[in-house]
Design a binder for this molecule. Structure first.
Ligand code: GLP
Length: 263
């Protein structure tokens, strides 16, 4: 794992977008794992900008989102499909047929979860997985005690997650109580992982996820076992990291990061 600290949330999201753009330019048929949440809005708007100004081409990309609420239709205003359409898919030249989210209305949710895994395998696996982090340390909707080898399945959301996502629904009672989510094992199979966290409210959980012991109570800690995981944070989210000076030194000195040092 490596940690990259950028001065602001915009710079952190900009770096994530540039890393994604670099991979797409090298591999136009990239299989992207995508995330939702407020943190990601900046990343999608930067990718849209790169599409508009630099002709970043998504036409051959294929995408799989981490999760979707159970019980919401794809065109529900609160579904993650609607989020993705509004923030990203409708604004770039991606082929809609290549965009995948679990179907939260499937009549048999277990069959839907297995089919989702099969779809990822058929696409050749995820090349680059984008992740946010919940305040309790979940990735996707892998709530506490998610098996570190879990696959796509239905998870009951914690009260904390429901409260965290309530502002987007206007009222906590409207937040679905379950979601289909890629498992921790599904995420760990991605060839490269980028986790983005910004803002002071993420500082504690970022330090725990990156520098704390690996535990199924905090699914993000499993990423310490991933061979190619980069955690990108702004200064606010980095404020509780014990190794921050070392992480800054890596970004300032390692040749791999040279092309990304200019804002
Ligand atoms: C939800 C999503 C996660 C996301 C988290 C953080 O729980 N399922 O994938 O990482 O929200 O969201 P935000 O970026 O709004 O803090």
């Amino acid at each position: 794992m490596e940690v990259i600290i950028r001065p602001t949330a915009d710079a952190a999201a900009g770096l994530v977008a540039r890393l994604i753009a670099t991979e797409i330019t090298r591999h136009p048929g990239l299989v992207l794992g995508l995330a939702t949440g407020r943190t990601m809005e900046r990343v999608y708007s930067r990718l849209v900008e790169l599409h508009d100004t630099d002709d970043l081409d998504f036409s051959r990309c294929c995408t799989f989102n981490l999760d979707e609420y159970v019980g919401l239709a794809p065109d529900d205003v609160h579904s993650y499909r609607t989020y993705m359409d509004e923030h990203f898919f409708n604004r770039v030249n991606i082929d809609r047929r290549n965009t995948h989210l679990p179907n939260g209305l499937a009549s048999d949710l277990d069959v839907e979860c297995r089919a989702y895994e099969a779809g990822i395998r058929a696409a050749g696996g995820i090349d680059l997985q984008l992740l946010g982090i919940g305040r309790s340390g979940h990735i996707g909707f892998n709530e506490p005690l998610s098996a570190l080898r879990s696959r796509t399945r239905v998870k009951a959301l914690t009260r904390a997650t429901i409260e965290q996502n309530a502002p987007l629904f206007g009222d906590p009672s409207l937040v679905p109580s379950r979601a289909i989510t890629m498992g921790v094992g599904t995420i760990m199979d991605a060839r490269r992982v980028l986790l983005l966290a910004t803002g002071a409210e993420k500082a504690r959980i970022v330090a725990t996820a990156v520098e704390g012991p690996i535990t199924a109570m905090i699914s993000a800690t499993a990423l310490q076992l991933h061979e190619r995981c980069t955690v990108i944070v702004d200064e606010d989210a980095a404020s509780e990291l014990a190794g921050a000076d070392y992480y800054r030194w890596i970004f300032a000195s390692e040749p791999e990061w040279e092309p990304f040092r200019e804002e």
